[in-house]
Design a protein around this ligand. Structure first.
Ligand code: NCD
Length: 325
């Protein structure tokens, strides 16, 4: 059975078919509105979330299915000492698919090992966030019309920001992408990303400390929040939290067709004066998250032999999992 734990669990061709399915859902929503009739999504969120959990739930509702789950560890049997494995094992008796967020890295992978239904990692600690990556890829595809040949600046907390780790892993498989890593020294991308992704695959990257020095080179800037909850020390967080604030002044040297992305939530990293600039994509990006999660759930459910309530032409648009590349 296929799960989605790490962005590289999906081949490039599987990603392409999920993104194309999301585009078809956007164009033809009504045809999909009963696709998951009688199906249930369980959202097991051991860590706070607004966009990810609610977009998963909205996605299942828009497919005609139902949703159950919990939105904090406090309201689950985790408080009684139940293990993640037991929780997932039990919930997989109640639901057809599970989306799970957990503060511990690797917890969703462990859940997937014991689950009888597909498990989707909705964020594990500072590690991975593959459905945010699908959201980011759909946004880039819609805004730029392509997933290759661009320079992307990743700015902010590159150490703890799981969205950045997953996006780098996914984008490293497309042609001619240059990565510019903009962070304070203390929040550099983890060493394993440098050695296992950039160096191993001979990918062009550079590290800088200010966004001003590279702004004019960028086709995309991906802003991130400093991840307060992953700091050991409040004083370090306070010192680093406002290192980068994107405002209209800093955009003076930017390309006219720059795309500004942010997985959200935003704290101070983007001034609200930027929101009305046509280059600000982050609210459109949040909307894309719902469509791409619809496409992902349909793909995993079909792969798990769940009967979907769709006409033949639409069923045929759902790609097979396990494709090689
Ligand atoms: C991100 C996350 O949870 O990692 N949020 C999200 O899912 N859109 C980013 C963040 O919390 O900073």
């Amino acid at each position: 059975m296929k799960h989605l734990i790490d962005p590289t669990d999906l081949s490039v061709s599987e990603i392409d078919s999920i993104l194309n399915l999301a585009l078809d859902i956007i164009d033809d929503k009504d045809k999909y509105s009963e696709a998951c009739k009688g199906k249930k999504l369980a959202t097991l969120f051991f860590e706070p979330s607004t966009r990810t959990r609610l977009s998963f739930e909205a996605a299942m509702m828009e497919l005609g299915g139902n949703v159950l789950g919990f939105s904090s560890a406090d309201s689950s049997s985790a408080t009684k000492g139940e293990s993640v494995g037991d929780t997932v094992k039990v919930v997989s008796c109640y639901a057809d698919i599970i989306a799970m967020r957990h503060p511990k890295e690797g917890a969703p992978m462990y859940g997937a090992m014991v689950s009888d239904v597909p498990v989707i990692n909705a964020g594990d600690g500072g590690h991975n966030h593959p459905t945010q990556t699908l959201t980011d890829l759909l946004t880039i595809k819609r805004e730029k019309g392509r997933l290759d040949n661009f320079t992307i600046g990743l700015c902010g907390d590159l150490k703890f920001g799981r969205t950045v780790h997953s996006l780098i892993k996914a984008l490293s498989r497309y042609e001619n992408i240059k990565f510019i890593l903009i962070s304070p020294k203390e929040l550099r991308v983890p060493e394993y990303i440098i050695s296992e992704v950039f160096e191993k695959n001979n990918i062009e990257y550079k590290e800088v400390r200010t966004m001003e020095e590279v702004m004019s080179e960028l086709d995309i800037i991906y802003m991130t929040r400093v991840q307060k909850e992953r700091f050991f020390n409040e004083a370090d967080y306070v010192r680093l939290k406002d290192t980068y604030i994107l405002d209209m002044d800093k955009l003076k040297t930017a390309k006219k067709d720059l795309s500004i992305l942010h997985p959200l939530p935003r704290v101070n990293e983007i001034s609200i004066s930027v929101d009305n600039d046509p280059r600000a994509c982050y609210f459109r990006q949040a909307m894309n998250g719902k469509f791409v999660r619809m496409a992902l759930m349909l793909t995993l459910l079909k792969d798990n032999n769940c009967k979907l309530n769709l006409p033949e032409d639409k069923l045929a648009k759902i790609g097979k999992m396990g494709g090689a590349d």
